[in-house]
Ligand binder design. Structure first.
Ligand code: F6P
Length: 539
């Protein structure tokens, strides 16, 4: 791209009328700037966006490589160019898998076989037919994995709590912090526990160490190698390493190079989800994502949810210089969504070079953060409303809920809508003054307090209404954010599917661990050397 996005968009951004004025001038604004697909309604009218800017953004999308790259993706081209990999996570949720070939391999058959193997395991666990090495049925499953091998299943399992139907309890072990496995093993009995080691590479240190700790726990309980083989499963593309660990071949669920870690919950990495909600509800999750794929691949950009969200994100990052994006689900069950999207977005697009390795001229992915509303209103919303930072926010609210506290759901919705309204319109000093006087304050007291009560407003937000937080709608929601990230990567012309930046820290931890554990001396900068020394001298 010859002109930077920032040079293109910032003059337009500087010309935007305040949101209050835009709303006053356009009674039809909510209708003009809203759309829906797959049971998700998006109101993006509360964005700092006039018609001219929106047209410019649409044009940016049309001139970008979104369509070209998505066609290449569908065709199986190695669009993850630094790792020479096809990007086919969308195929995992494709409803008709017949005749799906990649390089002469029947991928459709491979996906179907994996889904059947997963379904069989889940049926056995649900029916309490999986009997442990001491003759007792399995009651607990420990899922060992990190990053993409953890965040998706953990978020979706939590999001679909009302659909849980498993007699088997689920536990996640991600962090290398020994406290995690320690807490889990204190509560469980190896004789009734199944361990699934989820690692695409089967080389991730955290996962290996937690798996080793759990294997030791079995050993300590007197389990022999046959017992361990019976209780350990894996999901990995590195069959050799999983086998070396002691996992028998029929217990290794496949993963493929063409599924990126952070896009893998649709594969056998989704096993915890299927375990907790059952096989048919898991299929609904896939169906919702597939419906969003159809929408993304076919809908015109002006109605295309992922494209619209991608353009708005770029508008704020490159037009306004925003560095953060809040994700605020007004749903207790969706409270892990921000952590999930953090990896999806920041690991995909947090890059400094384009696909050819040339320095990027524009800033890319935002810092994603957030938590469930209304909790955040009593914590960080103060900053959203009154600080000088502009943090675009996505508010997400399911319309139907599974609980019977209807009034509380109405109140939750009222808060969600009120937040977007408050961010949009703000409160002027005149309004604050009038409010103080109406509350009976003296003129002087009111004048002193009013400036503190001013909210500048003009803060952008999207509101996403889900028909319900069902497996189908959750699938569509996740796929929507996946494609949003894809579109942004296409516009910035970077590779959204590698993550070389995480390697350096991993490399450096090796020599530090060697020094800490007394296996080798190392040469370190003075800060790191003194931290190691302090660690070794711990009180
Ligand atoms: O360190 C980053 C990362 O490679 C992620 O991209 C990935 O999701 C995670 O580690 C776990 O990787 P694996 O499934 O190979 O253990």
């Amino acid at each position: 791209m010859s002109v930077t996005l920032s040079a293109l968009l910032s003059p337009l951004a500087a010309k935007q009328q305040p949101l209050r004025q835009l709303f006053a001038a356009e009674p039809g604004r909510a209708k003009r700037f809203s759309t829906s697909a797959c049971g998700i309604y998006l109101d993006y009218s509360k964005n700092l966006l006039d018609e001219q800017s929106w047209q410019a953004l649409q044009q940016l999308a049309t001139q970008s490589k979104i369509r070209q790259l998505s066609k290449q993706m569908q065709a199986g081209a190695a669009i993850n160019n630094t790792e020479h990999r096809t990007v086919w996570h969308t195929r995992l949720r494709q409803q008709d898998l017949s005749n799906l070939q990649l390089a002469g391999e029947d991928i459709g058959a491979a996906i179907t076989a994996c889904q059947q193997q997963m379904a069989q395991l889940i049926d056995d666990l649900h029916a309490q037919r999986y009997i442990g090495y001491q003759g007792k049925p399995i009651t607990d499953l420990v899922w060992v994995g990190i990053g993409g091998s953890l965040l998706g299943p953990q978020m979706a399992v939590e999001a679909l709590t009302p659909y849980h139907c498993s007699p088997v309890n689920l536990h996640f072990a991600g962090n290398i912090d020994g406290a995690v496995v320690s807490d889990i093993t204190k509560k469980l009995d190896p004789a009734t526990t199944l361990v699934v080691v989820a690692s695409k590479s089967f080389g991730t240190e955290e996962t290996k160490q937690n798996a080793l700790a759990l294997r030791q726990w079995f050993n300590d309980a007197g389990a022999d190698s046959n017992a361990i083989a019976h209780h350990f499963w894996a999901t990995s593309s590195n069959v050799k390493a999983a086998a070396e660990f002691g996992i028998i071949e029929k217990h290794i669920l496949p993963m493929w190079d063409w599924v990126g870690g952070r896009y893998s919950l649709w594969s056998a990495i989704g096993l915890p989800i299927a375990l907790m909600i059952g096989n048919s509800a898991f299929k609904e999750l896939l169906a919702g994502a597939a419906a969003m794929d159809e929408h993304f691949f076919n809908a015109p950009f002006s109605e295309n949810l992922p494209v619209i969200l991608a353009l708005l994100g770029i508008w704020y990052i490159n037009g306004f210089g925003c560095q953060a994006q809040a994700l605020l689900p007004y749903s207790h069950y969706l409270r892990l969504l921000p952590s999930y999207v953090q990896q999806l977005d920041m690991e995909s697009n947090g890059k400094s070079v384009d696909r050819r390795g040339q320095p990027l001229q524009d800033a890319t992915a935002p810092v994603i953060w957030g938590d469930a509303g209304t909790n955040g209103q009593h914590a960080y919303h103060q900053l959203l409303h009154q600080s000088q930072l502009k943090v675009p926010a996505d508010f997400i609210l399911p319309l139907q809920v599974s609980h019977s506290f209807a009034d509380q759901h109405q109140r939750l919705a009222a808060h969600c809508f009120a937040q977007t309204q408050a961010l949009m319109q703000g409160k002027t000093e005149e309004e604050a003054l009038a409010e103080c006087l109406a509350a009976g304050m003296t003129q002087q007291a009111a004048a002193e307090l009013a400036p503190h009560k001013v909210s500048p407003g003009n803060k952008p937000s999207n509101t996403l209404l889900l028909d319900a937080l069902s497996p189908y709608h959750l699938g569509a929601l996740i796929a929507m954010y996946e494609h949003k990230v894809f579109c942004q990567g296409a516009i910035w012309e970077l590779n959204s599917f590698d993550q070389w930046g995480v390697e350096l820290g991993k490399q450096l931890s090796g020599p530090i661990y060697q020094a800490i554990s007394g296996q080798a001396d190392g040469q370190f900068d003075c800060s790191t050397a003194s931290l190691i020394k302090r660690f070794l001298q711990k009180p």
